[in-house]
Design a protein around this ligand. Structure first.
Ligand code: FES
Length: 319
């Protein structure tokens, strides 16, 4: 993938542990266009690549904004971004990709964000406001000082459609989600982004009342139960070359492809970004990602090579 060189123009402490970074393209060339819900790969240094949602103004083709939460224990990227990246530094990024698109034709959109999950959600709210769409945004955070972009949301043109839920315990969060999602709207959509416990609870509340195809999620990390499930060895056949490879219990398909110097695109290696999605020719996938939709999962025609496995003894891929 072609990388884009950008300069960090501004770093802002948006909340405790959350900083935003405005990335600028110098010279005459514009940055690629993107739609709300898009993310970019950021090469944070030391070979670490992380995905961050874009939360700035898509019409500003000279700048991109991301926000990063310092995670403890950090997987490296957030630490590097908080510790080492300052205004004036250069970074490499990938072109924007959207795995969490907004349906602008929906009759109403319920936007649910928790913590740093506000980043794609605020971009959706900006867009829906700009096009006159009907929506409500609910933002859950530990406390006011952990609420990123509070001023932007309070003082923006759609402040009356934003509700802050700050400092709720687990039970109150669940009850609040149940209340918000109790009344499905014909032709409406629900979008949710946040940490795993919030997503699990919000997904359960949404599934109780909304049709599956109205529920849109973006997870930061694979569901732990999926990632830690027992793994058996299996055979993978590459249909285009006819090559057959063995995947041991402790390996992924991606590991084996790399070991044999067979090119395959990947990024997060956690089953959340969708970069490694591959067509399945035959065999049943054992899906362990948090990226594919329920419909894609059921079809068995695609799978994520970084975490998913074969349910049986063999799987044939369109590689
Ligand atoms: Fe991100 Fe596989 S590399 S889903």
């Amino acid at each position: 993938m072609t990388l884009i060189n950008v300069v960090v123009e501004k770093v802002t402490q948006e909340a405790e542990g959350i900083r935003s970074f405005v990335l600028a393209k110098k010279g005459l060339f514009k940055l690629p266009a993107y739609t709300p819900g898009s993310h970019i790969d950021v090469h944070c240094g030391e070979g670490i690549i992380r995905q961050y949602s874009l939360c700035g103004d898509p019409d500003d083709r000279r700048h991109l904004m991301i926000a990063v939460r310092q995670v403890a224990p950090s997987r490296g990227g957030s630490d590097l971004m908080h510790r080492d990246v300052a205004a004036g530094d250069r970074l490499e990024i990938g072109a924007p990709r959207n795995n969490f698109p907004l349906d602008e034709a929906a009759t109403h959109s319920v936007l649910l964000a928790a913590g740093i999950g506000i980043t794609p959600i605020i971009a959706m709210a900006d867009r829906l406001h700009a096009i006159g769409g009907s929506f409500k945004l609910h933002y859950f955070s530990r406390a006011t000082n952990h609420t990123a972009f509070r001023k932007r949301l309070e003082q923006g043109g759609y402040a009356d459609r934003v509700t802050f839920h700050e400092g709720l315990d687990v039970q109150s969060t669940g009850q609040t989600l149940d209340n918000i999602l109790r009344q499905p709207v014909e032709g409406g959509q629900v979008y949710m982004c946040g940490p795993a416990p919030f997503m699990d609870r919000a997904e359960t509340a949404a599934k109780a009342h909304w049709p599956q195809d109205a529920i849109n999620l973006e997870r930061f990390a694979a569901k732990p139960a999926l990632a830690g499930a027992p793994a058996k060895p299996f055979t993978v056949e590459l249909a285009r070359s006819g090559v057959t490879l063995q995947v041991a219990a402790g390996e992924t398909i991606l590991d084996v492809l790399e070991a044999h110097e067979i090119d395959a695109a990947f990024s997060c290696e956690q089953g959340v970004c969708g970069t490694c999605v591959c067509d399945v020719v035959s065999g049943q996938p054992d899906h362990r990602d948090s990226f594919l939709s329920g419909h894609q999962r059921k079809s068995g025609r695609v799978m994520c090579l970084c975490v998913s496995r074969a349910a049986g003894e063999k799987i044939v891929l369109d590689i």
